[in-house]
Structures are given as C-alpha cells and as structure tokens.
Ligand binder design. Structure first.
Ligand code: HAS
Ligand code: CU
Length: 549
C-alpha cells in the first residue's frame, strides 16, 4: 500500500464534476417540492408558471426525477470514486473507463431532461405504464444507468488490482462499503434495464402496440427497492467509516459494520413486492415472502443504529460527556458536517419506524398510496441520505477545491433548518395520510378535502417553505465556497475513522466475496424466479398507454 498516496488534482476535478451536476439537479428539482407543499396548503402557484410548466404533475415529475434519481446518482458516483481511491490508496486503474461512464451519464441526463421540460414525459419518477413518455425519456434514463455501470466497472477493476497486490489484507472499510454499493447496483438494476429495453422503449417507439403494466411494475420494483439502499449505503459509509473520526472517536466495531453491508447485499433485492401489496397479479404467498424478507433487511439498519451510536458515544465521552445522555451534548455540534449527519440519523429513526409500518402487509393496505408514503420517504431519501450528503459536502467541497468552507455557522444553521422543516413536513404528511389524504394529488384543487385535513395541510406548506430556505442555503454555501477567493488556511483531510479493534482481526469470512455473492443470487432466484416465470409466460401486451397531463 502506498501510504503517501494523495488523490491528484485531475481526480479531484473528476469527483467535483459529479458534485456539480448533483447540486445543480438538486437546485432545480427542489423548486418544485415546495410548490407542491404550498399547493397542499391552498396556495397554488402553478397557474403563474403556465408558459413554462404545464401542470402540478410536470412539477412533481421534475421534482422526483431530479432529486430522487439525479442528485443521488451523481453525488453517489462521485463519492464512491473518491472513497475507492482514498481507501485503497491508489488511483483508478482505468480512469478513461470512469470518464466515459460519467459522460454517458451526462448525455443520458440531457436526453431525459429535454422531454421532461417539454412536458413530454410527465409520468412521475416511477414512470408506471400505462402512463407513456416520449422515447427520449426512457433512452436517457437507460444511459444514466449504463453510465453508472461503466463507472462501477472502473471501480471494480481498481479494487481487483488492489486485491491482487494485497492478498489477505482486510479491504479498508470505506472502499469495502463502496464495492458492496457498486455490486448491489449492478445486480439490482437488471430489473429496470429489462423493463425499459424490452417493454417501455420499444413501446414508446411504436415498435410494439401495448404494454403489460403488471409485469412492468414487477421489473420496476426489482430495482426500485434496492435503489433505496443504493442511496442509503453511501451515507452509511460516511456514518461508519468517517463520522466517528469527525466526532472525535473510534468506530465501535469493524466486524458489525462489514456484516451490515453484506446483509444489505443479500437482502436488498428480493423484497420488491412490498411495493406491490395491492397488485392483483401477484399472489398473496409471494407478498408474504417479500414481507418477511423486508423484516430481515430492517436488521442491518438496527445494527447500524447500534454501532454508529456506540461509536458516537465513545466520541462524546472522550470529549468529557458523562451520564446516560450527557455525551450527546459534548459531540462537536458546531462542526456543520457532524451536525448535519447527526440530525440526518435522528430523522432516520422516525423514517425507520414508518418503513417497518409500510412493510406490514395488512397495515400497508391502510397507508398505501396515501400522503403517509411521501412522509416516509422524505425522512429516508430526503433526510438520512440527502442531509448526510449535505454534511459530507461540508468537508468534501473544501477538500476538492482547497477553499475554506463559506460561513460554517450558516452551514450548521442550514442543517437545523432542514431538520426542523422536515420534522414539520413529514409529521404532517404521515398524519394526513392516515386520515386518508391520497399521495400524488393536488389536494388544494380536490373538492373532497375535509376540514380536519386543513391544519395538517397548512403544516405541509410551512414545512415546505422552511425546506426551500434550507436547500437554497445549502446551494448558496456550495456556490460561495466554490467561487470563494479565500484559500483554506489548513489542509482539509478526508476523515477516516479508526476501528476500536484492528480490522486485521475481523474474521476473514467478512471480507470474502464468493459466499455472499452466491447467497445473493440464490435468494433472488428463490424470491423472484417463480413469479417472473409466471408473469413473463402470461405476458399480455394489451395496455395501449397514453398521457394524462
Ligand atoms: Fe422505504 C416506500 C419499507 C427504508 C425510500 N421507501 C418507499 C418509497 C421510497 C422509500 C422512495 O415495506 C416510495 C416509493 C414510491 O414512490 O412508491 N423502507 C421500508 C423499510 C425500510 C425502508 C422496512 N425507504 C427506506 C430507505 C429509503 C426508502 C432507507 C431511501 C433511502 N418503504 C417501505 C415500504 C414501502 C416503502 C414497504 C412501500 C409503501 C407503499 O405502500 O407504497 C427500512 O430499511 C428502514 C430501516 C431503518 C431503521 C432506522 C435505523 C436508524 C439509524 C439511525 C442512527 C442514528 C444516528 C444519529 C447515526 C431501522 C441507523 C445518532 C444521533 C445522535 C444525536 C446520538
Ligand atoms: Cu421498498
């Protein structure tokens, strides 16, 4: 291992390009979220945007695609490149492969954006058929996924090169987490790739007349569920392998961290039917099997809560904290990167609770397709993930640019604003969902809204307004840091947490791919194989499709 290794300026710029696209996507996509929240509270601004944006649904689609798909994918790919290089202390093995992958993603993004902006792809971020988009939308999404695969191959090749030279050595934890995220993505995106290439793209091009919404949904959720862990695992890489160092402590257990990552690899994919409990074409038995596996994938997050909080406790006590909870106060809350990630973790406790509620087959029937579900995913992808990524950016952008972070105190305030806005917003969404408010509906226009929803809908609007301020504060801090003329006085280091026990003592089976890969593939075949055979042999391409908005 090259102990002196430093990521070079060209590599830093390469990572930085990913972040630039990610933050731009977040900035544009986040305009529409609050517009929806205001609409719920009775202030519909969409008519004023008419020449540019045609409907609430065009805004909703832009919000979902840009925030949930583009911000995440670009941030994650950039971040994974960085942690692969930094952890393994070596440059990318075939940098051209990663560069080509990145540009394929960018071309895909532009190809997707054009029909989205022209209202030719108002199909929401799940693009369920029979809603039909312009073919360019599907082609663009395919290119984004293919580009992320190509970058993934570049990272896998880099890891294999390292492994060859370092047999028997434990993979540095951050690179280990990155490799699992990459492999999880390569396997799980096969569902969406099959859906688009064999069904949606030929259908939108007019090569086949109809489509089969049931089979398309099954392919979609084959990818759609593991997608949420593709978003989450990079945040976990930071919580396990970086945050303890930033907080002034050590990682409580290297073995538990690795076990959690392996469990995600094995358990993320074979449970997509928990998004399809109401689908008539999926038999009850399979829904129960996927429900049970969902309870299983809850476990590595519980492991994470335990291990990360124990590491933070170690940090808090080292800093003089005492008593049951006194150590929480002594954590470095003034460091914006730490504050953001702690608050992201707190919000995720609540997101985990709503997740396990979703997972219950019978309770799901009460909350499915209600505002509860966006309440849930704003605590997960928009908090655990997004607020952590914001926290990561607070050291990453100074690291990449060599500049001082612009107004760190404002960055701390930004994290709290996000936290408070999200608490108000997501609590109101959960409650109003339980009262029966549907999701994906401009409730301000709905004639059936009962009086008892109105207070909660107002809170949705207030939460949305706070989140709007918080997200733009983040964008401003990022921009001001990038364009600042103030060079950092101290060199920013990539935080790398030490484990309490030497990772070399972690059992070897926790750093060996073959058994886990075999288990992953076997479980996918068991949980999906029979249903895929039935649904594919009964394929009925008879839904003509169309556009609603
Ligand atoms: Fe989910 C729907 C079940 C996690 C995202 N989910 C969604 C949708 C999205 C989404 C986007 O079973 C909607 C899709 C659509 O448009 O239709 N979800 C779960 C379960 C979990 C879960 C069981 N979801 C996530 C994550 C997401 C995400 C993570 C994004 C990143 N979800 C469902 C189900 C549905 C669903 C059903 C379908 C609903 C329907 O009917 O449509 C679990 O993985 C959650 C486990 C989490 C925990 C929490 C652990 C807490 C930790 C915090 C540590 C604290 C720290 C801070 C570090 C067990 C790790 C300490 C701080 C101090 C101050 C000390
Ligand atoms: Cu899911």
């Amino acid at each position: 291992m090259n102990a002196k290794y430093e990521i070079n300026p060209a590599e830093r710029r390469f990572v930085g390009w990913h972040l630039l696209v990610a933050v731009l996507a977040l900035a544009i996509g986040s305009l529409f979220g609050p517009l929806q929240a205001f609409e719920h509270a009775g202030l519909d601004l969409y008519p004023y945007l008419k020449p540019l944006f045609q409907s609430y649904y065009q805004g909703l689609t832009l919000h979902g695609v840009l925030n949930a798909l583009v911000w995440t994918t670009f941030f994650i790919t950039g971040f994974l490149n960085l942690v692969v290089m930094h952890g393994l202390k070596r440059s990318l093995r075939y940098p051209m492969l990663n560069i080509v992958g990145f540009w394929i993603m960018v071309v895909g993004l532009v190809t997707t954006a054009v029909p989205l902006l022209l209202n030719e792809a108002t199909v929401l971020f799940t693009f369920y058929p029979p809603l039909k988009a312009h073919w360019a939308f599907y082609l663009g999404l395919t290119l984004v996924v293919v580009g992320s695969w190509v970058e993934g191959w570049g990272m896998i090749a880099t890891y294999m090169g390292w492994r060859k030279e370092n047999p028997g050595e434990r993979t540095p934890l951050m690179s280990f987490g990155a490799m699992i995220t990459v492999v999880l993505w390569q396997i799980s995106t096969l569902g969406i790739a099959t859906e688009i290439l064999t069904m949606l793209l030929p259908w939108s091009l007019g090569l086949i007349e109809g489509t089969d919404p049931q089979l398309a949904r099954t392919f979609f959720w084959f990818t759609g569920h593991p997608l949420v862990y593709y978003w989450l695992l990079p945040a976990y890489i930071s919580w396990y392998a970086m945050l303890p160092k930033e907080a002034g402590g050590k990682l409580f257990s290297d073995s538990l961290a690795r076990l959690a990552f392996w469990l995600f690899l094995i358990l993320s994919t074979p449970l997509g039917f928990h998004h399809q409990y109401v689908d008539p074409g999926v038999p009850t038995t399979w829904k129960y099997i996927h429900a049970s596996l969902t309870y299983a994938v809850f476990f590595p997050s519980m492991l994470t809560a335990f291990t990360v909080v124990a590491s933070l406790e170690n940090a808090g006590r080292k800093r003089g904290g005492q008593g049951w909870v006194g150590w929480i106060r002594t954590l470095p809350w003034g460091n914006p990167s730490v504050a953001a990630q702690l608050l992201a973790g707190v919000l995720f406790f609540f997101g985990g609770i709503s997740g396990i509620t979703n997972a219950s087959y019978n309770i799901n029937l009460v909350l499915h397709n209600t505002a509860w579900v966006p309440g849930h995913f704003h605590l997960t992808v928009a908090s655990a993930v997004t607020l952590s990524f914001m926290g990561i950016s607070y050291w990453l952008v100074p690291y990449l640019t060599g500049k001082q972070l612009w107004k760190p105190k404002w960055a701390v305030a930004q994290s709290w604003l996000w936290f408070v806005g999200m608490l108000i917003f997501s609590n109101a969404m959960h409650v109003v969902g339980l009262l029966g408010a549907p999701r994906r509906v401009p409730l301000g226009l709905a004639p059936y809204v009962p009086e008892e929803w109105s207070g909660h809908l107002l809170r949705v609007g207030i939460g949305g307004a706070i989140l709007l301020v918080a997200v733009y504060l983040y964008v401003v801090i990022m921009g001001a840091t990038l364009f600042s003329k103030v060079k950092a006085t101290e060199k920013t280091e990539i935080p790398q947490a030490e484990a309490m026990q030497d990772p070399q003592l972690t059992p070897g089976w926790l750093d060996r791919w073959a058994p886990w890969l075999v288990g992953t593939i076997a479980l996918i075949i068991i949980a999906y194989g029979p249903q895929l055979i039935v649904q594919i042999t009964n394929i009925a391409l008879n839904a003509p499709g169309g556009r609603a908005w």
